[in-house]
Write a protein that binds this ligand. Structure first.
Ligand code: HEM
Length: 210
């Protein structure tokens, strides 16, 4: 589907994501990688204080990821990303756009799935995060519903890992194989063709590009 989001525009210099979008991106990367490590670490552990501690971290980081991704999505809807440069083939623009959309979807579905799973197995009306902070669980979630949500959460985690692998492979391909300008759009990567790069986030950049 060639829509507005996958459109390419001639642009000299190259327009890149704004500093706010770049900060959101790299904070999300750090949080998500840490979260995946946490999830994989405690998944097979026997019940006990060590598992409980890692689980409290996992719930806390998951809550922060959800808040961050909602803030990021709100910012992005108000500030569309810069248009793709035309040297990026259309299939890559479409694949990239859908990869990004799926990231947003999974980063919302996963914390909500985790929250529902915790709600289904909770014996009280709250669950504990780091620092003894307690948040309410969702009432009315049966054990079965919680288990289903936990299954979705787990499946989504493997999908997310697959998406990350694809995404990183594409970024490295643009940087080192194609040496095209796409990798200059999300600093700290340097534009490989050494062309000046300017911040180009937003509607205005789209209409002025070219
Ligand atoms: C947890 C890991 C990651 C997640 C969840 C993630 C997510 C995203 C998302 C959602 C976008 C689109 C931004 C938008 O349009 O709103 C994006 C763009 C980008 N990411 Fe990542 N990313 C991850 C890791 C990485 C890594 C490790 C690299 C580099 C090796 C990277 C390089 C890039 C680049 C170059 C772009 C801009 C693509 C373009 O020109 O359109 N990302 N990322």
């Amino acid at each position: 589907m060639a829509d507005y989001a996958t459109e390419a525009r001639e642009q000299h210099p190259l327009r890149r994501y704004s500093n706010i979008a770049v900060a959101f991106h790299w904070v999300t990367v750090a949080l998500v990688l840490f979260q995946i490590w946490l999830g994989l670490s405690f998944a097979d552990m026997a019940q006990g204080p060590e598992r409980g501690e890692l689980f409290a971290w996992h719930k806390t980081i998951g809550s922060i990821i959800l808040l961050t991704v909602l803030a990021r999505l709100t910012y992005r809807l108000q500030n569309p990303p810069p248009p793709y440069p035309p040297e990026l083939p259309q299939w890559e623009r479409i694949a990239g756009t859908w990869n990004h959309r799926l990231f947003y979807l999974l980063l919302i579905v996963m914390p909500i799935g985790g929250y529902l799973a915790v709600s289904g197995q909770s014996k009280g009306s709250t669950t504990e995060l780091l620092g003894g902070l307690r948040i309410p669980v969702l009432p009315g979630i049966s054990k079965q519903m919680g288990e289903f949500a936990g299954g979705v959460h787990e499946l989504a985690a493997f999908l997310l890992i697959g998406l990350i692998a694809l995404h990183v492979a594409a970024a490295l391909k643009h940087q080192f194989v194609d040496r095209n300008r796409a990798s200059g759009r999300m600093p700290p990567f340097k534009d490989p063709v050494d062309e000046p790069v300017v911040i180009g986030q937003g509607q205005e950049a789209r209409s002025k590009a070219g």
